[in-house]
Design a protein around this ligand. Structure first.
Ligand code: PLP
Length: 411
């Protein structure tokens, strides 16, 4: 008899997006002429930048000729991409990284999901609430979560760090002992950021308590304000305690192409059962090279092209267009007297639902009265109840139309 990994039975259904799809489908079936605008998805809508396309075309041509054909590449990524990352994403921020500290991958979802494998099965994890669900679910699969408590709607062994308007969406340090702390900045779903001093509090805490911070920075490219750090390594001492995740998905329209990277500094140590130091970088390298065979050459050439002068300009224009949508949504909702957060350094807006409506009631109101689909905040965790996420990834036209429709609602 083959037994399954019972941890999987502890997973809660992918309730959020399936429930959204169900309600949307039913509404369209009942109202076939409704023109629905989706500001719910976290996917981009604009095409790949031309510099990326050109680089990918050339790379395909290289693969077509016997003398320039390439098969398996280095699992960790080609030097041309790793060096460009070091030069443009880090040196410009005063952060020095070595080539063997960067691991190119096919997406941050895999990286933030897989990283927990190299830590002990009894590690205690802390997550922000609301949270990007991948952090929680991958730890449930690994058996770290404990049982799901129906009443609390939380897992018994996970430490939840509440982020609400009351604490300006900035979590307090954990009261309990934790081993792994997932921080996401700029944050999905709240769109909020931390200053360098605020991030330093976490780095200092991790150093004092020998924890590891898993810093998801998938939305780094959207940071606009000068005082917001772009990398956790801008904080002194972070190299001893933090792993950083970055993605080309939202930065350069790579959600379908797939490319990301993870930084694991050589100073970062964990401990074996006898208390001896082990380099986390060695463990991740071993895991990565055993289970992953590298991102395609064509994709890595495309990713490296965003660091060329034209690429940089095109990326900046892409980001500007989404952030201009964010501003339109933010200003539009604020002018109606609504409490709206985020949207300044991130493509996400986090709205306090008006009239004290719960997240799903507000979802239904927006769907039926304005034909707009957003994401109920409670789907990201209990602290998201009474909040609602809108994204800036729609087209310009749809974004403006959506704000006009919301303006006409009695809120
Ligand atoms: N991290 C966060 C916070 C995200 O919101 C997302 C995607 O929505 C990802 C990681 C995954 O990005 P990728 O497309 O690189 O897998």
């Amino acid at each position: 008899m083959t037994h399954i990994n019972e941890n999987f039975l502890e997973l809660q259904g992918s309730y959020l997006f399936s429930e959204i799809a169900k309600r949307r489908t039913k509404y369209i079936a009942d109202n076939p002429n409704a023109e629905i605008i989706s500001l719910g998805i976290g996917d981009v809508t604009r095409a790949l930048p031309n510099a990326v396309i050109q680089a990918m075309h050339s790379a395909v041509d290289e693969l077509a000729a016997p003398h320039s054909f390439r098969g398996y590449g280095p699992e960790q990524g080609y030097d041309f991409l790793i060096n460009a990352i070091i030069e443009h994403d880090y040196k410009t921020r005063g952060v020095e990284l070595a080539g063997n500290e960067i691991f190119v991958s096919d997406g941050s979802k895999c990286d933030v999901g897989n990283i927990q494998e190299i830590f002990s099965a009894d590690s205690i994890i802390a997550v922000q609430d609301p949270v990007y669900p991948v952090y929680v679910d991958t730890n449930v699969m690994a058996g770290r979560s404990g049982k799901y408590n129906e009443a609390a709607k939380r897992f018994d062994n996970i430490v939840y760090l509440d982020c609400t308007a009351e604490n300006a969406f900035k979590p307090s340090l954990p009261k309990d002992n934790v081993d792994l702390i997932y921080l996401c900045y700029p944050n999905n779903p709240t769109g909020m950021t931390l200053t360098k001093d605020e991030l330093k509090v976490w780095v200092d805490y991790a150093r004092a308590n020998k924890c590891v911070i898993l810093f998801d920075s998938a939305y780094e490219a959207f940071i606009q304000e000068a005082d917001v750090p772009h990398s956790i390594y801008e904080v002194e001492g972070a190299r001893e305690v933090a792993i950083e995740f970055r993605s080309f998905s939202k930065t350069a329209g790579f959600t379908g192409v797939r490319c990301a990277y993870t930084v694991v500094p050589r100073e970062l140590k964990g401990f074996d059962a006898s208390g001896n130091d082990v380099l986390i970088n060695d463990l991740w390298n071993r895991r990565h090279t055993t289970k992953f065979n590298g991102v395609s050459y064509v994709t890595q050439r495309g990713a490296a092209a965003i660091y060329s002068p034209e690429g940089k300009e095109q990326i900046a224009s892409l980001v500007r267009s989404y952030m201009s949508n964010a501003e339109t949504i933010r200003d539009g909702l604020a002018s109606l007297g609504l409490d709206v957060y985020g949207g300044v350094n991130a493509p996400y807006l986090w709205l306090k639902t008006p009239q004290g409506l719960d997240s799903w009631t507000f979802f239904d109101k927006l769907l039926t009265e304005a034909n707009i689909v957003g994401t109920p905040g409670v789907g990201f965790g209990q602290s998201g109840q009474g909040y609602f996420r809108l994204t800036a990834f729609g087209s310009r036209e749809n974004t403006e139309k959506a704000v006009e429709r919301i303006r006409k609602l009695a809120l």
